[in-house]
Design a protein around this ligand. Structure first.
Ligand code: NAD
Length: 296
């Protein structure tokens, strides 16, 4: 298919490479010229704007930091909706709040286009390996329509329900992730201070009740998992400021739903402290630095 892709960051870049591997024709746009060059080197065509990228596309995918970027890229003067043909579906894989996703869907529908929210989990490793999970919010018809293209980038393409429910699933998942990462960091650091080899401790945890993705796939202790950001100076993963954004989405949603989010609010403050210390661009697993003096 002819796919327009906007947002070539840590996630979007590798997602585009997988679309190309599956023989889709991909036209890309990003504000970052270096990111565009890398996508072009992999076989994509560059466009001067989101509007130009979307014109003639059979499918549009956006992978942007937050709701304000999605709003600008879709609705702006040089945006997707200014260039797209009627009947083309827009898939937004950014993590944004469910209300903004529903507003984007309304806007797209008002000019004859479908919009589905399809945020992902699986991290940069999953984006590179083409094993992401897509959480799709939209009609059954839209879900069936987007599934084959999303399958080029992911292993699990799950229909969550109507528009916005993909984002609901995502913010609940990241609420857990932000909390478990803080827990694993606290325990790994404590274990080290109490004298156990961190590799032995991680091995025990990963076959015991403490096992979770934050321990067995993305352990924050440096050097234990070769592919994890902790083994490369906490670079190239899921930025702390993005985790902070997601926990903000979760606690805001909890406020709207009139339920407490005790753990989420605490985790949010921990990542806020990291960000205030100047570590907002580091992978969120660098939260272990709050515990380990040797990590700064
Ligand atoms: P990123 O910051 O690495 O990339 C975002 C890209 O969007 C950048 O290249 C930036 O230049 C581009 N951009 C911003 N505004 C733009 C505009 N107006 N026009 C064109 N391009 C624009 O972010 P990321 O890590 O790739 O994450 C993207 C989204 O995916 C976020 O919503 C994030 O929460 C979510 N997410 C990230 C991960 C992860 O592990 N990194 C995992 C799951 C979900």
């Amino acid at each position: 298919m002819k796919v327009a892709f906007v947002g070539l960051g840590n996630m979007g870049g590798p997602m585009v490479r997988n679309l190309l591997k599956h023989a889709h024709t991909v036209t890309v746009f990003d504000l970052n010229a270096q990111a565009v060059r890398e996508a072009v080197d992999a076989g994509a065509s560059p466009a001067m704007s989101a509007k130009v990228a979307a014109s003639g596309a059979e499918f549009v995918i956006t992978m942007l930091p937050a709701a304000q970027h999605v709003r600008a890229v879709l609705g702006g003067e040089d945006g997707v909706l200014a260039g797209i043909e009627r009947g083309v579906t827009i898939v937004d894989s950014s993590t944004i709040d469910p209300a903004s996703a529903r507003a984007m869907a309304e806007l797209a529908r008002s000019q004859g286009n479908e919009f589905v929210d399809a945020p992902v989990s699986g991290g940069t490793g999953g984006a590179a390996a083409g094993t992401l999970t897509f959480m799709v919010g939209g009609s059954t018809e839209s879900y069936e329509h987007v599934k084959p293209v999303l399958s080029s980038m992911g292993k699990n393409i799950v229909h969550c329900g109507d528009t916005g429910t993909g984002q609901v699933a995502k913010l609940c998942n990241n609420l857990i992730l932000g909390i478990t990462m803080a827990g694993v960091a606290e325990a790994m650091s404590l274990g080290e201070k109490l004298g156990i080899d961190p590799a032995v401790l991680a091995g025990i945890v990963n076959t015991s009740a403490g096992r979770c993705w934050s321990s067995d796939t993305y352990n924050p202790y440096p050097g234990l998992i070769e592919t994890a950001p902790s083994s490369r100076g906490y670079t190239g993963g899921f930025g702390t400021d993005l985790m902070l954004k997601d926990l903000g989405l979760a606690t805001d949603a909890a406020k709207l739903a009139k339920q407490p989010a005790f753990m989420g609010a605490l985790a949010q403050q921990l990542y806020q402290a990291m960000s205030a210390n100047g570590d907002g661009k580091l992978d969120f697993s660098a939260i272990i630095k709050l515990y380990r003096a040797s990590e700064g």
